[in-house]
Design a protein around this ligand. Structure first.
Ligand SMILES: C[S@@+](CC[C@H](N)C(=O)[O-])C[C@H]1O[C@@H](n2cnc3c(N)ncnc32)[C@H](O)[C@@H]1O
Length: 241
């Protein structure tokens, strides 16, 4: 199995976390994104972090005043280590769970779901489209109406928008942040983190705003909107009738 293909497998992550206890944050750390988190997520909201790994991001959330942060990961090795590490943090819960099956949580349990690198990992594995669709549908289900899926990814709009739009009805905004470790390949970006990037149907407006292949991570703010689902359902009902 090729190295990135294994990112969808629990056994790969178990082995990795046995060797590397961390903490390690993929892409970005909490302090670089805190102002954007604060902009969209009030501190009393209940959060779910999917594929938390051994990242210090959730500790950052709690230090910043978030009171109820549930973390899940497919790796039992990392979940056991994190449960031990944060046993004296009542605001942080760690549960071993597959993001494709969140049936342990009732519909509408969370005001926000945070994903940093987990959809990306699932997209590397076998059967990636189906796995990603299952994960997105489950995230949509456990969110309350107007709840937010906060997706931090390396995936540009041309690779992510169709996935997001095909599986569920969201309204989507886009933000970008310069990579912490820049490849040095492209121009220096000057874009305010907290200003949304114009986002058309296919993402072409993003290239107009940022140039080709900007050295950034993308942050998709996807808001669940039950009124859109109802409109879509009544439209398909009309077609049937
Ligand atoms: C790229 S790492 C990101 C870790 C952490 N979010 C961060 O930002 O540092 C991806 C994480 O997703 C987890 N993962 C992969 N597939 C998963 C799944 N189906 N359900 C839950 N977690 C999964 C892995 O165990 C790993 O911890």
């Amino acid at each position: 199995m090729g190295s990135t293909q294994a990112y969808g497998e629990a056994s790969y992550w178990d082995d990795r976390y046995r060797q590397e206890s961390g903490p390690f944050d993929w892409y970005q750390n909490y302090s670089s994104l805190s102002s954007l988190i604060n902009l969209y997520i009030p501190r009393h909201h209940r959060l779910l972090v999917v594929g938390c790994g051994n990242s210090a991001f959730s500790e950052g959330l709690v230090d910043d005043g978030y009171e109820d942060v549930v973390n899940i990961d497919i790796s039992s090795v990392v979940i056991e280590a994190m449960q031990k590490k944060y046993s004296n943090h009542p605001q942080l819960k760690y549960i071993k769970m597959d993001a494709r099956d969140l049936s342990a949580f009732q519909t509408g349990s969370f005001e926000a779901v945070i994903d940093k690198g987990t959809l990306d990992s699932i997209l590397c594995g076998n059967n990636s489209r189906q796995n990603a669709a299952n994960m997105l549908e489950e995230i949509h289900r456990v969110l309350k109406d107007k709840g937010i899926y906060f997706l931090i990814t390396y995936g540009a709009p041309s690779y992510r928008l169709h996935l997001l739009r095909d599986s569920c009805t969201w309204t989507t905004k886009l933000h970008v942040i310069e990579k912490l470790v820049s490849s040095g390949a492209s121009n220096h970006l000057k874009w305010e983190l907290n200003s949304p990037v114009p986002l058309g149907e296919d993402g072409s407006s993003v290239e107009a705003a940022l140039g080709k292949n900007p050295d950034v991570h993308y942050i998709y703010i996807c808001t669940k909107d039950d009124s859109l689902t109802q409109t879509a359902e009544s439209r398909s009902q009309e077609v049937v009738e």
